[in-house]
Write a protein that binds this ligand. Sequence first.
Ligand code: ARG
Length: 246
Amino acid sequence: TLASASDNDLWEKSTLNQVLNRGELRVCAEAGYMPFDMRDKKGNIVGFDVDIGKAMAKAMGVKLDIRNTAWDGIIPALLTDKCDIIISGMTITPERNLKVNFTDPYIVVGQTILLSPKLKGKVTNYRDLNDAKYTIATKLGATSDYAVKRYMSQAKLNLFETESEGVLEVVNGNADAFVYDLPYNAIYSAQNEGKVLHLDDSFTYEPLGFAIRKGDPDFMNFLNNYLAQIKGDGTYDKIYRKWFAS
Ligand code: ARG
C-alpha cells in the first residue's frame, strides 16, 4: 500500500536503522561534567551518561563509540552526522529544541552557586549576585551562561570553555561565584572543602534529555520506550546509585 511504502522509506533513513546496520552507536559527549561525563585515570570517558549509553547499545545489540566533542560544537556535530545521539547532560531548552529533537527527560537538575568563602553571609542567593560589583564565571554556551545573563545581568560575566577553568576562577580569587548545574557543584564542593561554598538551592528548572536529529520518529520511539523500561525495571536506579550515591 501507499502508506507502507512511505513508512519503509522513513525506516530506511532512520538513524536507528543505520545504527543497526553499522553495528555501532556513535554518541557525542563532552567529558568534564561530573558525574555524567568524566575522564578516569586512564583517560577513558566514564560516568552516568556513559553507563546509560552502554546499556542502550547493549539493548540494540551494537557496540558503543563515545566521541568526545567540545560543548559549543556538540549540536553542529550531531547535525553533520558525526554521531547518532548526544548523551551529555544536555538541558532541554526551547532554543535548542528548534534545532534538535529531545527524548523525554532522564533527570531534572537546576543551577546552583559555588561562592567564594570570602562572601559567606553577604551573598545568600542568586539575587544577591545581581550586582555590578560581582564577577561570575561559568561555561560558554551552557544553560548556566544563559541563566547568569537572565538573572544576574548586572554582574560581570566571564565565560570559559570548560567547567574546571570556570570554577578555578573562584578558587583562585578571580571570580566571586561560579554558576553551574547542581550535581557538578555538589561534587566539586565535596571534593574541595573550604575552597568554595555551595549555595545549593536550584534557581532554574532543567530537564536533561538525549538529543537526536529531527524527523526520526522510529529512533525517538525506541529511545523513549527504552528510557521508560530502564526507569521501571531497576536498571536506571542501579546506574543512578553508582554515580550519585554520596
Ligand atoms: N546542562 C547544561 C547544559 O545543557 C550543562 C551540560 C554540560 N554537559 C557537558 N557534558 N559538559 O547546558
